[in-house]
Ligand binder design. Structure first.
Ligand SMILES: [Zn+2]
Length: 165
């Protein structure tokens, strides 16, 4: 009787599973040496990892990485807007100062306007730059967290499958 074929959970090489191998029997991948357990459901046959130790270790690493990224994201969120507020206050101060000076000393209005335009322009440009940089960092972190979560879910799924046999 011909054996069935299933793919190695590690390297995806096809492994021949003789029909004498029952559900729960161990089979080793000839290519990478990974040990598997045979899973038989009706006519179908699948292979799951025999040793989930390394998977659990990988999962722990993902979880640690996820925690690190989330802490970084919280930090980025917490400091977000502080710089923008500072810039706003700076601009308000500059405007107030110009108005105050004009009332006091009467410096030509044109120069006042130019100074305010240049100063607030530079400040707004800076604010914009930092705002975008921070937002970019935040979306990059969110993206990384999603990726790690997806990886962790895939590993958890493998562990669950392997533990059922
Ligand atoms: Zn293999």
């Amino acid at each position: 009787m011909n054996g069935q074929k299933a793919r190695c959970a590690e390297c995806r090489t096809e492994i021949e599973i003789p029909s004498s191998y029952a559900h729960g029997d161990h089979v080793k991948c000839a290519t990478c040496g990974t040990r598997h357990k045979v899973v038989r459901t009706g006519e179908a046959v699948r292979l799951v990892l025999a040793d989930v130790g390394p998977l659990k270790e990988t999962l722990r690493q993902y979880e640690a990485q996820q925690n690190r990224l989330e802490a970084e994201l919280r930090h980025a969120r917490a400091s977000f807007g502080v710089g923008v507020n500072g810039i706003g206050i700076g601009v308000a101060y500059a405007i107030w100062q110009v108005a105050f000076k004009e009332g006091q000393i009467g410096v030509p209005l044109l120069w006042e306007a130019v100074a305010v335009a240049v100063v607030s322009g530079v400040l707004l440009e800076l604010a914009n730059y930092f705002f975008l940089a921070k937002r970019k960092a935040m979306s990059r972190l969110s993206q990384e967290i999603e990726e790690v979560e997806a990886e962790a879910r895939a590993v958890q799924q493998k562990i669950r499958e392997a533990s059922r046999v």
